[in-house]
Design a protein around this ligand. Structure first.
Ligand code: ADP
Ligand code: MG
Length: 474
């Protein structure tokens, strides 16, 4: 059972990515092929005729195999069967009862508008899809599937409040920010699901900033601004906007969104926005939008601690009906530290490899799979972990690093810590300044440049950095 689920995820995920890249071509060609299975490293496909087979082989298979390899860590071979009776789109075939056969959740039906790709005549909100969900809400992103820990408890509570539940006051707008793969979109959609369940008539619009921009541009070009505004300002009870940082530098779209925001806000409609950074750090965003983003509640999601990561792995395994020993869950959570999406990816890879190779997911197997897939990659760590590693190496206290002492050896260690945070965590200079005793951003920039230069030219510095990086687990 568990193995089938693992493969289903692999196939679903791979073709969904493929479709996202070229939906029109995907729909045209994939409606004439069928997935028969993936066993012993062989992907079995069925095509209506040789022409379809050859086209898909040339134009889609390289990427498809690549996507499957990303998910399983294995290169698969492909075998074809020609089946002239294969007239139905792959998505309408009933699932096969056993084995790694047709996915039980069909791939997106041909030509179904995807959120953000909708045209002006296909409004986004409350288009009930086959699964009965308003299109655009991911059915898995429920509050019930979200694991709460100290890294995300405020954002979770604020999202519940925005959905009309929970104990904290409702903030409007709710602004959720944080690094990639940490659950922002999940919480955003959870608000949508919750409101939909409690107020079925509520009109929910879920849209990424990118899609909002594209629709706005299309509406301008097609002289359909009235329809656009009606949709976003009049026919919307809940606006869920994902990745608002992507409005950076788009002045006209920001202006439009500003008016959308005002209309909804004054009509007391809930707005939830996600972003990869704190509103005050948004670049090329008009001040009046930034200020509105801070009117309600601002909550961040951070990298979850080990216990939360273990709980997330277990939750995901339970949802996917995978049997997973506790020690394997811990191993995974220790191996993938910075990003929940990658953590899930590692679990799926493990399940997929177990299924393809016919193995049980025990600790030994998990170790071998992780060893072959993870060590080459740098695992980002937290600022605290960098500071601890640097202090340990130079035999200092963290207070020394964060303080003002300009003694050469202390300043040197501080510069190393700043450099590593920049390199490993991609911290912005103002962020670094704040972490390291409220220094201004030019001085942290200097520190980074200095260590970069020394790393090139000074073997002693290289030795320090290598030792600390080993400690951090590069
Ligand atoms: P973001 O939008 O912050 O980049 P997502 O919301 O897309 O991240 O989350 C990435 C993946 O990790 C999703 O599959 C999501 O369900 C999962 N995830 C993230 N945080 C949690 C959590 N606390 N509990 C359960 N799943 C989580
Ligand atoms: Mg997201």
């Amino acid at each position: 059972m568990s193995q089938v689920i693992g493969m289903k995820d692999v196939w679903d995920g791979a073709i969904a990515e493929l479709r996202a890249k070229a939906p029109t071509s995907f729909d045209r060609w994939f409606c004439a092929i069928q997935f028969d299975g993936l066993t012993d490293g062989v992907l079995q496909l069925r095509a209506q005729n040789a022409f379809v087979r050859d086209f898909v082989t040339t134009h889609h298979l390289p990427l498809l195999r690549e996507k499957i390899r990303e998910r399983t860590g294995l290169a698969v071979d492909v075998t074809w069967i020609i089946d002239s009776e294969l007239a139905d789109p792959v998505s309408s075939r009933p699932p096969e009862p056993v084995g790694f056969t047709t996915p039980s959740t069909p791939p997106p039906a041909p030509l179904e508008p995807v959120v953000g790709e909708a045209t002006m005549r296909e409004p986004l909100q409350l288009r009930d899809g086959r699964d009965g969900l308003p299109s655009g809400l991911n059915p898995k992103y429920l509050f019930a599937n979200f694991v709460v820990g100290t890294s995300n408890d405020l954002a979770h509570a604020a999202a519940l409040a925005a959905a009309g539940a929970g104990s904290v006051r409702r903030g409007n707008p709710l602004f959720i920010f944080g690094g990639t793969g940490l659950g922002k979109t999940h919480l955003l959609h959870a608000v949508g699901h919750h409101i939909r369940a409690s107020r079925p008539q509520a009109r929910i619009v879920v849209v990424s900033a990118e899609a909002f921009t594209n629709e706005f541009i299309a509406a301008l070009a097609n002289k359909e601004m009235d329809a656009f505004r009606t949709r976003y300002r009049m026919q919307c009870d809940l606006l869920l906007m994902d990745d608002v940082h992507n409005l950076a530098g788009r002045e006209q779209t920001q202006e439009e969104f500003f008016h959308t925001f005002n209309a909804l806000y004054h009509a007391d409609k809930q707005i939830v926005v996600t972003s990869d950074r704190d509103p005050r750090e948004l670049e090329r965003m008009t001040d009046r939008l930034v200020s509105r983003f801070t009117w309600g509640l601002v909550a961040d999601v951070q990298v979850p601690k080990l216990e939360t990561r273990v709980a997330i792995v277990k939750k995901k395994a339970q949802l996917e009906q995978l049997e997973l020993d506790d020690d394997v869950a811990v191993l995974l959570a220790q191996a993938v530290r910075s990003n929940v999406r990658e953590l899930e990816g590692a679990l799926i890879r493990l399940a997929a490899q177990a299924s393809i190779l016919g193995r049980r997911i025990d600790l030994e197997f998990a170790r071998s799979v992780l060893a072959s897939s993870l060590p080459a990659r740098q695992q980002p760590v937290s600022v605290d972990e960098v500071i601890r590693a640097v202090c340990h190496h130079f035999n200092l206290r963290s207070g020394d690093l964060l303080g003002k002492d300009r003694h050469r050896s202390i300043a040197n260690a501080r510069h190393v810590a700043i450099y590593l945070c920049r390199q490993r965590l991609k911290c912005s200079y103002p962020e670094l300044g704040r972490h390291f005793g409220h220094r201004d951003h030019t001085s942290v920039m200097h520190a980074v440049k200095k260590v970069e230069a020394l790393r090139e030219n000074d073997p002693e510095m290289r030795g320090h950095l290598d030792a600390i990086e080993r400690r951090l687990g590069s």
